[in-house]
Design a protein around this ligand. Sequence first.
Ligand SMILES: Cc1cc2nc3c(=O)[nH]c(=O)nc-3n(C[C@H](O)[C@H](O)[C@H](O)COP(=O)(O)OP(=O)(O)OC[C@H]3O[C@@H](n4cnc5c(N)ncnc54)[C@H](O)[C@@H]3O)c2cc1C
Length: 571
Amino acid sequence: MIKHQLIVVGGGLAGMTAAVIAAKKGIDVGVVSLTHPVRSHSTAAQGGINAALKNHPKGKEDSWERHAFDTVKGADYLADQDAVEIYAKMAPDIVRMTEHWGVPYSRFEDGSIAQRPFGGAAFPRTAFAADRTGHALMHAAFEQGVKYGVKVYEDRPVVRLVVRDKQVKGVIALNLVTGELEAYMADAVIITTGGYGQVFAKTTNTIHNTGFGMAIAFWTGVPLKDMEFVQFHPTTLYGTNLLISEAARGEGGYLINNKGERFMKKYAPEKMELGPRDIVARAIQTEINEGRGFENEYVHLDLRHLGKEKILKRLPQIRELALKFAGVDMIYEPVPIQPGQHYSMGGIDTDKDAKTIIKGLYAAGEAACVSVHGANRLGGNSLLECVVFGKIAGENAAKYIKEEKPDNSDAEKAINEELEDAKKWIEGLRNANGPNDPFEILYTLKNTMTQKVGVFRKEEDLKEAVETIRELKRKFYEEGIYLKNRDKCFNRELERVIYLQGMLDIAECIAYGALERKESRGAHYRVDYPKRDDKNWLKHSLYWFQGYGKPVKMDFKPVTITKWQPQERKY
Ligand SMILES: Cc1cc2nc3c(=O)[nH]c(=O)nc-3n(C[C@H](O)[C@H](O)[C@H](O)COP(=O)(O)OP(=O)(O)OC[C@H]3O[C@@H](n4cnc5c(N)ncnc54)[C@H](O)[C@@H]3O)c2cc1C
């Protein structure tokens, strides 16, 4: 059995930040991760990280209060305002901390960190390293991990969390190289496994973003929160749904329909292309649905007027992506784009201290729901969340370990019991010989989510989605599935089937929550309930596990409001 004081599950930006901060406080930290840290989805982040640095000539009046207000308004008032205040206040120092880690931020002429405008923000507030901000942050965070002696275990997806009497004891991971399960004991655990984009057919997320880390917490009785709020990014490349960063619009790009119109003037006359993502995604989808798109599938993102020099300097990566994956050179041609799943506003229910309801268990980053993004996240606010709440989780876990000295005398016994149980489960899956092809279940699930639980939602579609998902769960659990590959070493088929089990529950939470929430708020748009309804629905949704294969249960909890009373949202 491997022992560390703290285990961080997942090596993305939130995970490495938490690990570095705890290690700096003298804690012995192990990161158990599906991929090597720099292969996490955070590395793909393009556009930037928000903070009221006031470096931009048009941003001198910016402040943390204004950043907090924009975040709360962007969130359609579902964010917890106490958490947003902490977050926006910490932002400038967080950017400076990462600068000291070595992030090569782009600069203004005077040497200060450059900032660009992003959607839903009153001032240009997004700091960036060209359009490779996540790459730069992730490498710097990993280097800090090396410096402070963080031990990384890669190619080891965590498949179980061990909890006894509402206290965390450790985790069980599958070593993909040997095919064996490994046990890890710890006083505290932080889950930072990222989002669930792979639950949808069209997503900007990597293949690793299955939401499985949320599922393992859910299965031990931790509630998930606000799962019906799924961000659809307005501009994903037609064909592959690779992300074309909001930075393209931040630098001045236009959205154009088949009539040659900049149609955003109808939907957000003041902010135009820089409206918040939910509004821009709905505008694009409306243009397509009403016949003003191209081939009934996409609209154009036109950057030609920016000129070659600016595109090569500020947007080199997305130019390369469009060139390689769509054969379009944005210097000379408009880029075909459509909305696609991008970000999970919901996740593991945590408070502003990154704590869950289990003692010693924390969560941060996209896997968690604090909530600072409420019903809709603003661009540039997620990288910030990873570092802010990664840091808070690392600090609080360190404090808990040092000050509360958790009693883990029964941990070894508990972990060994769980290990034996998990072995039976994994062997059962590896040798499964039931009638159903798990990949048929997976693709039916993904297509159902994209077709029925997308940008525009309605009762009959959502009912159908929930029924389909419950039927898929019945096939998986009652009828059973079969595996063709029974190898141990890098059995990718087995790995997918393990995640599928979590994805079925995650998808059910999203679809069921969307069906239950009879209003439109942020990214959750019901054509049959097009208005926000604060009287009945200004509350967080919570989802509870009822048993494997059983329907999820839902209840609610209040939203924290400090300074900003809900108002109508106009841009
Ligand atoms: C293409 C793209 C561009 C983006 N651009 C921006 C941007 O410019 N600005 C911004 O603010 N936000 C952006 N976002 C959002 C932001 O990048 C993410 O929300 C954020 O990076 C998530 O970080 P994370 O640390 O929570 O998770 P991730 O970076 O997804 O890392 C998750 C980690 O967990 C590991 N893992 C997964 N499952 C398991 C398991 N079961 N056991 C163990 N380990 C596991 C993975 O291997 C990985 O190491 C972008 C997102 C995408 C997809």
